[in-house]
Design a protein around this ligand. Structure first.
Ligand code: IMP
Ligand code: MG
Length: 181
């Protein structure tokens, strides 16, 4: 094991575990959509860009990829529940089979906002996928594909950041509490 960055407490999920789980989710999606000609994956920037890229390359079902950018917590690990749309999709999704691809579900405000916003555009179907879900009270949002349930701590890596750092680590790591609180 190489030395961990001093901000990092421990590795929660290894690169191998992530890749195995992403392949399983892709297989589940292929199974669920085998009667469907075309799916739209909507990756949520920035956190889900790596997951979206890996998932997309493992899904065999014909699909296009689009992105939306949603405001985050800023540089603090706290959140007032207000979600802002920073960048919208390039194309309408009316009549399309849509899967929203998120990195992590924490309070659930972001997924709830996405679900309502996208449902309002009348897709043919709408499903949600998140690679990580924290074990904590969160808003009740429909989740179709969940990669891992993790403890209620701040995690980084595989696209997830803390103040735009540690995003490109290949694994998921727990940040030391004194770094984010
Ligand atoms: P929610 O709206 O509270 O569910 O938060 C969802 C968003 O917050 C995710 O899309 C992430 O961008 C960010 N987020 C929440 N928890 C973490 C974390 O532990 N590490 C990195 N980003 C996080
Ligand atoms: Mg995010």
């Amino acid at each position: 094991m190489t030395d961990l960055h001093p901000d990092i407490k421990r590795i929660l999920i290894t690169e191998d575990q992530i890749q195995t789980r992403v392949a399983e989710i892709a297989a589940e999606i292929d199974q669920d959509y085998k009667q469907i000609d075309m799916v739209v994956l909507i990756g949520i920037l920035k956190g889900a860009f790596i997951f979206t890229a890996d998932l997309s390359r493992k899904i065999v079902t014909p699909h296009s990829v689009d992105f939306m950018s949603i405001s985050s917590y800023g540089d603090q690990a706290e959140f007032d529940g207000a979600v802002r749309l920073i960048m919208d999709l390039r194309k309408p999704i009316t009549g399309q089979h849509v899967i929203v691809v998120e990195d992590i579900l924490d309070t659930g405000h972001t997924m709830s906002y996405l679900y309502q916003t996208l449902q309002g555009r009348n897709p043919a179907s709408l499903k949600t996928c998140t690679l990580f879900k924290k074990k904590r009270d969160s808003l009740d949002v429909p989740l179709d594909y969940v990669g891992f349930e993790i403890p209620d701590v701040w995690v980084v890596g595989y696209g997830l950041d803390y103040a735009d750092t540690h995003r490109t680590l290949p694994y998921i790591a727990e940040l030391k509490k004194d770094v984010y609180s």
